[in-house]
Ligand binder design. Structure first.
Ligand code: RIB
Length: 314
């Protein structure tokens, strides 16, 4: 068992429809399937890290509605720690509308974080106590919760000597000072361009974008680039880590599988490259299944893919 981690992030119910292709504006497309399941970047990353072998506590916020039951049931079934879950009667649990095009496996998402955008300063103080008052070593966050909470937690975790990982998704305007509290940042190529203004298409441009984050104090920069793999840069020296090739049926949540896998790898003591390979294997396995949190692979499957073994698709 590795070092303990806290994930501060969203749970939302994913309401997903599949269609032969993604609709263009004003186009109506006949769908092939519809599903409601657990999702949200924070929840997906927590499930991915947990299934990959990490000791994680998820801090999220739910309403008292049916969507909240989906979160609790999933955590119960998996045996995850639920002590970090806040409940509110005032706001609804969040949801996301997801369209998946079967021709490409690509998706379009509108997320409405609901309760997850309403963390109060009292709740944030409670999270800070959980981070600094115990032996948690890693803190992983995304941007589907209110940004004042993310900023305050980053500052406190950095002051407490924790390793702070920010998956800056969905892209949002952040206070400039936040970067000095972040140890590792994990944008995809679109988010990297949003923050840096550099279009990330190649190893060279990924290196330039990574330099933008390094200049602001971030030590580890990992830019996920889909089928091209991931660009890993530590302290300014970077290179591409190639992806695992699999047949994708649904790429939704692949970034979350990557982040959860990365956290699991780092918290159990893997070096940077090993952890990125482990994360890439987790992401590759996740796109072979429909859904987000339910598509996260088991640790044995990740290790088997890394060893070059055939993993039967369910
Ligand atoms: O990263 C994928 C996730 O983003 C989905 O589960 C959806 O909930 C959105 O938040």
């Amino acid at each position: 068992m590795g070092r303990k981690s806290l994930i501060f992030g969203s749970f939302v119910a994913d309401i997903m429809a599949r269609a032969p292709h993604l609709p263009a504006p004003k186009e109506t497309v006949m769908g092939n399937g519809f599903k409601i399941g657990p999702g949200g970047k924070g929840f997906n990353q927590a499930v991915a890290a947990f299934k990959a072998g990490a000791e994680v506590k998820l801090v999220t916020k739910l309403g008292t509605d049916h969507f909240a039951e989906i979160a609790r049931d999933t955590m119960c079934q998996l045996g995850m720690d639920q002590s970090g879950v806040f409940i509110t009667k005032e706001y609804d649990t969040g949801c996301a509308l997801i369209l998946v095009g079967e021709d490409s496996g690509q998706n379009e998402i509108v997320v409405v974080p609901g309760a997850c955008l309403t963390f109060t300063s009292l709740e944030v103080d409670c999270v800070k106590d959980q981070i600094c008052g115990n032996d948690c070593e890693y803190v992983l966050m995304q941007l589907e919760t209110n940004l004042d909470a993310v900023t305050a937690i980053a500052e406190c975790a950095a002051a407490g000597g924790k390793q702070v990982i920010l998956n800056p998704a969905p892209a949002a305007v952040l206070p400039e000072q936040i970067w000095r509290w972040i140890d590792i940042v994990t944008p995809n190529e679109v988010e990297a361009e949003f923050y840096t203004g550099i279009s990330v298409e190649s190893e060279e441009s990924a290196g330039s974008a990574a330099a933008w984050f390094h200049e602001r104090g971030v030590n580890g920069v990992i830019i996920t680039m889909g089928e091209k793999g991931a660009y890993l840069s530590v302290g300014g020296s970077g290179y591409m880590v190639p992806p695992f090739r699999v047949k994708a049926v649904d790429t939704t949540g692949a970034g979350d599988a990557f982040n959860g896998g990365l956290l699991a790898g780092l918290s159990e003591g893997m070096d940077w490259k090993e952890a990125v390979i482990f994360a890439s294997a987790a992401a590759a396995l996740s796109v072979r299944k429909i859904g987000t949190a339910p598509a996260m692979p088991k640790r044995e499957e990740i290790l088997a893919l890394m060893e070059g073994k055939e993993i039967p698709a369910e």
